[in-house]
Design a protein around this ligand. Structure first.
Ligand code: GH3
Ligand code: MG
Ligand code: MG
Ligand code: MG
Length: 322
């Protein structure tokens, strides 16, 4: 077992074990040549799963699999479509790639095709005449596997989110900002594009906390984050990197474009008062920004934005400084 596998097992934890236990109650999509064959298989599988039957060529694979599907059962003897091609399409299409495939073949006739199907990504096969218990057992095994994979994927997604998203505001956190900035600088250099960075800090935030309490302060942080998100371009990334400090990474923005974005951000905060402790209170931010130059590192680019922010504070707050 590799280290990655071990880590995934630990992350997936008990949740995965619990759902993977039962291989029944899945959704099976049966793809066959004739309604009669579909009914034969469906009659068996229905005793443990929800079954949909598709007869003939699958024109739109994604649409066919758009309903929740845990298993694809494909007739390898079908002649109205190419079952091997279907297997390979399932594996090459991102939406259907994780679906387990069980192929139905004929004893003594299909060895080469079975081998080919397995090579193209089928997970298992069953020989005709189909034995009821064998079909149910093989289907359960694949449904279990599918559920285990799904819960693993969910756990990993949760873990990634916990590691990269700021829980209070839903913006990215400092850790994500740091890796994103490094990648953005590399990108800007490769594409010979501009890159700007701004740091915004809420003015006199301590007074809000001291006057109305920490919970109200948290509400203001959430509101400022929401206004920030709404005022940016789709390509900008906003992060909360500390208590009441936010950064925005602005790809393809020279200092003029960055100044405009920073000023828009300053205004969406300053122009509309915030509901604080039953009153409408005005909140302002100070913003410093910097634009990538030839010898910049993550640290020097960030440092210039930070110095500009310091200058914005010194000059009286509620302003943007380069
Ligand atoms: P300045 O205009 O110079 O930035 O003044 P300030 O009061 O905003 O600056 P200061 O850095 O002194 O205060 C920041 C405050 O932010 C102090 C801290 O209690 C508060 N803070 C930090 N993190 C959080 C948080 O997650 N929630 C709340 N409610 N407050 C926080
Ligand atoms: Mg401060
Ligand atoms: Mg502050
Ligand atoms: Mg601060």
């Amino acid at each position: 077992r590799t280290r990655a596998e071990t880590t995934m097992r630990v992350l997936a934890g008990n949740e995965a074990d619990a759902v993977a236990e039962s291989g029944t109650g899945g959704s099976v999509l049966v793809v066959v040549d004739s309604p009669a064959e579909g009914e034969r298989l469906s009659r068996i599988l229905r005793s443990e799963h929800t079954v949909r039957v598709h007869v003939g060529p699958v024109a739109d694979l994604e649409a066919a699999a758009i309903e929740p599907t845990d298993l694809l059962a494909i007739d390898l003897q079908a002649e109205s479509f190419d079952p091997l091609r279907l297997c390979s399409l399932v594996r090459s299409n991102e939406a259907t790639r994780p679906l387990p495939i069980l192929v139905l073949a004929s004893d003594g006739r299909d060895e080469t095709r079975i081998a080919k199907a397995l090579e193209l990504g089928a997970n298992d096969y069953i020989l005709r005449p189909v034995d009821r218990n064998e079909l149910l057992a093989r289907a359960r095994t694949q449904v279990k596997r599918r559920r285990y994979d799904e819960s693993l994927r969910r756990s990993l997604q949760q873990t990634i989110e916990l590691a990269t998203v700021d829980a209070l505001t839903g913006l990215s956190n400092r850790r994500f900002f740091e890796s994103h900035l490094t990648a953005s600088i590399a990108r800007a250099r490769t594409d010979a594009k501009d890159l700007s960075l701004l740091i915004a800090d809420i003015d006199h935030f301590k007074q809000i906390n001291d006057g109305w309490g920490h919970a109200v302060g948290d509400g203001v942080l959430r509101d400022v984050a929401a206004r920030t998100r709404d005022s940016l371009r789709a390509c900008d990334l906003a992060c909360r990197i500390g208590g009441e400090e936010f950064v925005v990474v602005m790809p393809d923005a020279d200092s003029e474009a960055a100044a405009a974005i920073a000023e828009r951000l300053r205004r969406v905060v300053a122009d509309q008062p915030f509901p604080i402790g039953g009153e409408m209170i005005s909140v302002t931010i100070s913003v410093g920004f910097s634009t990538l130059i030839a010898d910049d590192t993550d640290a020097t680019l960030t440092k210039r934005a930070d110095q500009a922010l310091y200058e914005a504070k010194r000059l009286g707050r509620n302003r943007v400084v380069l």
